[in-house]
Design a binder for this molecule. Structure first.
Ligand code: BG6
Length: 480
């Protein structure tokens, strides 16, 4: 298997999000977020988004793995693996419980002071996402989330408070997690988590229109935050964060190739705006043709130009294959309709295609497109783990998956010359799945004793992958 040493200072580590591990959902003044009204689902059963918290339903994010009270022990375990960086998010509702509050909540700010100090004690660099699927529920209800221009101000106030408070303890930031997920505007979960928009009762066209307007306000909010952040601390590195999936045509036919290009254009524009500060022609034409995003001002266009990002952070889980037998390239709107099964790839228990070469392809595409440093801030395999009688967990499937992906990443850096800041695989410690709300869909090197029904004693233990990843970091990627 190909391997190579990564450059000095390469940020090996792992990534999580506040709502998926902290728990303590209503502790120390925290308000309710959109993640707090999502029930547990499964591989086949989508999570329900309820209108507030309903007694008797199982909301897994309320207690999660109680990182809020276990973070010292958990960061210590990550330090034992040799982590150089730890990505998490700041729960917006710990700082502004309702989102539209005038003053921040001091207890929430203090929690992150302590968390970041613990990271630094072990030489671990925090990498912080400002909005990771946890918009205050009050903003969803009262303003219809990011379809309302007022959300720009609320987000910018939140970002500014964070930048000022953590000016000297955080250097790496990202604004909106996987902002491009909402290109699947028909998916209620993705619209709620990205933009705080609950879509029921809208027609397909209204949904698409809502997405383009909401995403525009988010992009403006992000640009303003980048601009303000750089003023507060010129050393800040502020990136965007997208869910990148290279698109493969199912066959070499022109229709399939064109469809693959169209599909890419309908997703990549989010990061185009983040990086170039302007909308690409294809999307501008599509929006104009359909009468979407009616509210864009000249001032917005200036802001977008002034707040471009320093790097491109992205998650990579799988590639996408499309077929023009499913949809005509000129009639592509609902992206999910274009997707075909790639017959050459294996799938996880949740149906996610496993495509390590797709990671190298992604790194090349993004480098060629943006000429910016890249940062892999999520990658990994969600799998069922079996605890043996002696407590050990032999997760060789996870090690295999990661070996192959890291090997492709190392080819991209060493052979293709990609400028890569680091590798932060998803969920180094088991946590609540965003998509299904399950605990049993596990990504961790560290096992947490808790299952989908919420049972377990929360004990942490090391899986076999723990020692393997420790060795990878120790050898800076040479020994896979
Ligand atoms: C990404 C998200 O989409 O994928 C994470 O940024 C999420 O929040 C991760 O957890 C894995 O998805 P899932 O559904 O397996 O948790």
């Amino acid at each position: 298997m190909y391997s190579a040493k990564m450059p000095d200072g390469f940020l090996w580590g792992g990534a999580v999000a506040a709502h998926q591990l902290e728990g303590a959902w209503d502790v120390d003044g925290k308000g309710m977020s959109v993640a707090d009204v999502m029930t547990v689902g499964s591989a086949t059963q989508p999570r329900e988004i309820t209108d507030g918290v309903i007694a008797g339903k199982n909301y897994p994010n309320h207690s999660a793995i109680d990182f809020y009270h276990h973070y010292e022990e958990d960061i210590k375990l990550m330090a034992e693996m040799g982590f150089k960086a730890f990505r998490t998010s700041i729960a917006w509702t710990r700082i502004f419980p309702n989102g539209d509050d005038e003053q921040p909540n001091e207890a929430g700010l203090k929690f992150y002071d302590d968390l970041f100090a613990t990271c630094h004690q072990y030489g671990i660099e925090p990498v912080i996402t400002l909005s990771h699927f946890e918009i205050p529920f009050n903003l969803v209800k009262k303003y219809r989330g990011f379809t309302n221009r007022k959300l720009i101000d609320f987000f910018v106030r939140f970002a500014t408070v964070c930048f000022e408070r953590y000016r000297d303890s955080v250097k790496y930031w990202m604004t909106f997690n996987e902002i491009d997920n909402q290109s699947s505007y028909n998916n209620d979960f993705l619209m709620a988590t990205n933009s705080g928009v609950i879509l029921d009762k809208l027609t397909d066209q209204e949904k698409e229109a809502a997405m383009y307007q909401a995403a525009h306000y988010e992009l403006v909010a992000s640009a303003l935050a980048v601009k303000i952040g750089h003023k507060i601390n010129p050393d800040f590195q502020i990136g965007c964060m997208i869910n990148y999936s290279p698109v493969r045509p199912l066959t070499p036919s022109s229709d399939d190739v064109l469809l693959a290009d169209k599909y890419e254009q309908r997703r990549a524009w989010f990061s185009d705006v983040h990086v170039f500060g302007e909308y690409p022609n294809e999307v501008e034409a599509y929006i104009t043709r359909n009468g979407y995003r009616p509210d864009i001002t000249d001032e917005d266009r200036v802001v977008l130009k002034e707040g471009t990002v320093d790097y491109v952070g992205f998650s990579y889980y799988q590639s996408t294959t499309v077929s023009a037998e499913k949809v005509n390239p000129d009639q592509l709107n609902d992206l999910e309709k274009a997707v075909a099964v790639n017959p050459t790839l294996e799938r996880s228990d949740w149906g996610w295609e496993i495509d390590p070469e797709g990671l190298r392809i992604s790194l090349n595409h993004l480098t060629d497109r943006y000429h910016k440093p890249l940062f892999i801030v999520e990658n990994g395999l969600g799998a069922y783990d079996k605890v043996e009688a002696d407590g050990s967990i032999h997760d060789d499937y996870r090690v295999d998956y990661m070996k192959q992906h890291i090997s492709e990443m190392e080819k991209a850096v060493e052979i293709d010359g990609v400028d890569l800041m680091g590798y932060l695989p998803w969920g180094p410690i088991d946590l609540v799945s965003a998509g299904t709300g399950q605990m049993d869909k596990r990504y961790g090197f560290i096992y947490v004793d808790k299952n989908d029904a919420g049972e377990g004693n929360l004990m942490r233990s090391r899986k076999d992958s723990f020692d393997w990843y420790k060795k990878v970091i120790q050898t800076n990627g040479l020994d896979l």
